[in-house]
Design a protein around this ligand. Structure first.
Ligand code: CA
Length: 177
């Protein structure tokens, strides 16, 4: 387990990776905008588009929590800190549920696997470059074409919540590019 300061740095970076327009706040519009990019990128129509929109909405609700309609970077970091200080498992549960919602959005065909194209599109929906996304996908997948959603969730839980320096270093290097 990493110490709290290191974790807070990570959590701010995680927030930044979701804050497409760098406004310092996540709002319901963050998720509808991201859903629009994802739906047009995958050329989803009808039910598939509705499902993607619903999954993105669920992700937004998971991040914001029930009581909030928007969240700033400091609130986000503070919420996780409060969880962490009260009961580390609560912080871990929150991170895991956000990550699970995130990867469910990427799994547009519901086979519990995420492929490179889906991962890249999701990253683009949150304003990240295609090249960075491909590098990050390669780090997570270890060169495989597809990754199990559970494996993705575990990988990123380690990145955002554990003292696994190797995973963290690889990812933070890639994100800086
Ligand atoms: Ca899939």
């Amino acid at each position: 387990m990493a110490d709290l300061q290191v974790l807070q740095e990570k959590w701010r970076m995680w927030f930044d990776s979701l804050d497409v327009n760098k406004s310092g706040v996540l709002t319901p519009k963050t998720w509808t905008d991201a859903a629009d990019v994802l739906i047009s990128g995958h050329s989803l129509e009808g039910n598939d588009a509705a499902t993607a929109r619903a999954k993105m909405g669920k992700l937004g609700k998971t991040v914001l929590g029930d009581s909030q309609s928007s969240i700033t970077k400091e609130q986000f970091t503070q919420n996780l800190t409060t969880f962490f200080e009260k009961d580390q498992k609560q912080a871990l549960d929150y991170i895991t549920s956000v990550l699970r919602s995130l990867f469910e959005v990427m799994d547009t065909n519901n086979d519990c696997m995420v492929d490179e194209a889906g991962f890249v599109l999701m990253c683009r929906a949150f304003g990240h470059g295609e090249d960075t996304a491909k590098v990050v996908f390669k780090i997570i997948s270890g060169g495989q074409d597809q990754i199990d959603v559970d494996v993705c969730v575990k990988f990123w839980t380690d990145v955002w919540f554990s003292a696994d320096n190797e995973k963290w270093q690889n990812i933070s290097e890639a994100l800086k590019q």
